[in-house]
Write a protein that binds this ligand. Sequence first.
Ligand code: SF4
Length: 112
Amino acid sequence: MNANAKRLSGDWRVSANCQHKDPNSLFVRGRKQHEVKSICAGCPVLTECLSHALDNRIEFGVWGGLTERQRRALLKTRPDVTNWTEYLQATPTIDAAAADTTVRPARRLRAA
Ligand code: SF4
């Protein structure tokens, strides 16, 4: 199974920019998170990663290009969103104003 097929089948981690990084490098605290999240720029599975973290309320580390604080702010500003996977796939950009960033899901999963 090639990387694209694995990603479409749900195993999105195989295409992650960080797949060969030490996992601990993404689980730093405080301002260090703003430094390490640069690895997420252009990640082909940013949308999947961010929605996984938001849907599962993962509190620690950098996920989908957002720090812990930015994700908390996003969840707080959109308590009406119950399925972030669907929401991010349907929304071109989300303004995480409280998180001082704009999240641009890198790519959409489309049915063939
Ligand atoms: S968005 Fe960032 S943390 Fe998520 S898979 Fe990509 S590189 Fe890793």
